[in-house]
Design a protein around this ligand. Structure first.
Ligand SMILES: [Zn+2]
Ligand SMILES: [Zn+2]
Length: 418
């Protein structure tokens, strides 16, 4: 038997119902804030990610699904969405229209990581990107929107950490100081010994506990911040306070990608390990130019949907439609039930019946397995009087109902009018 690729998984019902619900909640919040959906390809030119994410990042160095196509062009399954959204905005000239471009996209990403619990090689993100403004008010709004989505789907005990990564000017000063610090100490892991020469910021991200301990006295970007960056960051924090969003400042917070500037943030939630954020994002003012576009300051976030689903309280997703099952006995009843089935569906009621000639008892247990709220029992005897038995599964109570009134009566029951 052929199996799915290692690190990839199938998401099955009823879990898919919860996924749909989470996406629907996100879409509703995006609507409220004026964001519109982009649907983008899953494959891009490798160069897009190599240039935007940075050649010395773990993602580009180790984790991308890269392959030549039939012409020999190097293609990559997207490992994240931001570079792609900027690529699409520039290519489709969205940047030429006046005003901000508020965009979101929902879908799978691919990284060749060691599969482990809660981590998959195909994982899913809900992404938001706001292009075209550097105002700190936008940073605050984007964070508020993220917290609103996570709150509406039922996450509690969220911990929001924020930091400012400064502009290229502050970063240059910071990188120089950090490099000196890194060279002054020994005992870094192999990766970090390489990174301290090529990309010292990445060392801050190292997952090794030993490297993290060595970093205890490392310089912080905060100490290198220019006046404009400090003012920008101050305004973001002021607005988070005004809207009573609890947060903590984490001067060690860096994001795993090269293109971040100024505001960076992460949200951790109860149920995930210390390393695991359920969402994260930040500002990336230089990315457009990095990709050959005009100046286009921007900020965004990604929610890790697989992780979110894992920690979502079980009661969070609302129950689906109330279902009705038609249990039939006899050929005439079965034929009549086909019409009734479509009448119920036309009224917006979810309805099903057995097509395989099961016994009445087997049909009743099938109805139970399907989670039916009501069962309509229709036999040849009921047909003679144009009636059916309507049974409430929860209580077992049942009554005789005229067939032609059945759709209306059932609709009233289900919408709670009776
Ligand atoms: Zn600065
Ligand atoms: Zn390290």
């Amino acid at each position: 038997m052929i199996k799915a690729i290692r690190g990839m998984r199938d998401i099955l019902p009823p879990e898919t119902g919860r996924w749909q619900w989470v996406e629907q909640v996100a879409r509703e919040v995006f609507d409220l804030y004026g964001y519109q959906e982009l649907r983008l390809p899953l494959i891009e030119r490798t160069e897009l990610f190599a240039r935007s994410i940075g050649p010395d990042t773990d993602i580009v160095a180790k984790e991308m699904y890269t392959f030549p196509d039939r012409r020999g062009d190097s293609l990559t399954l997207r490992p994240e969405a931001t570079a792609q959204v900027v690529r699409a905005a520039l290519e489709n000239r969205l940047d030429r229209a006046p005003g901000m471009k508020k965009l979101y996209t929902i879908g799978p990403m691919f990284r060749y990581e060691r599969p482990q619990k809660g981590r998959y090689r195909q994982f899913h993100q809900i992404n938001c990107e706001a292009l075209g403004a550097d105002a700190p008010e936008l940073d605050a709004e984007v964070i508020l929107m993220l917290m609103e989505i996570l709150g509406r789907v039922g996450l509690t005990q969220m911990r929001l950490s924020v930091n400012s990564l400064g502009c290229p000017e502050c970063q240059q000063d910071f990188k120089a100081r950090l490099k000196l610090f890194l060279q002054s100490k020994e005992g870094w892991c192999d990766d970090c010994r390489h990174r301290r020469e090529t990309n010292p910021l990445r060392v801050l991200d190292c997952k090794s506990a030993h490297c993290q301990a060595l970093l205890k006295d490392a310089p912080m970007l905060k100490d290198c911040q220019c006046e404009a960056c400090a003012a920008h960051y101050g305004r973001v924090l002021e607005l988070l306070n005004r809207f009573r969003v609890p947060f903590e400042e984490n001067p060690r917070l860096v994001r795993g990608l090269d293109y971040y500037t100024r505001t960076a943030f992460e949200v951790a939630a109860a149920g995930l390990g210390a390393q695991d954020a359920v969402a994260g994002g930040g500002r990336y003012n230089g990315l457009s130019q990095e990709l050959g576009g005009p100046e286009m300051p921007a900020i965004g976030f990604a929610i890790g949907q697989d992780r979110l689903m894992e920690i979502l309280p079980p009661e969070a997703a609302p129950p689906g439609l109330a279902k009705t099952f038609l249990a039939v006995l006899g050929d005439a009843a079965r034929d009549r039930a086909l019409t009734l089935l479509q009448d119920l569906r036309a009224k917006g009621l979810a309805a099903e019946m057995d097509f395989e000639g099961r016994s009445l008892k087997a049909q009743m247990s099938l109805a139970d397995r399907l989670g039916a709220t009501y069962v309509i029992i229709l036999g040849d005897r009921e047909m003679e009087t144009d009636q059916a038995v309507l049974r409430r599964m929860a209580t077992g109570g049942q009554e005789q109902v005229a067939l032609k009134e059945l759709p209306v009566i059932l609709a009233n029951f289900i919408t709670g009018k009776i």
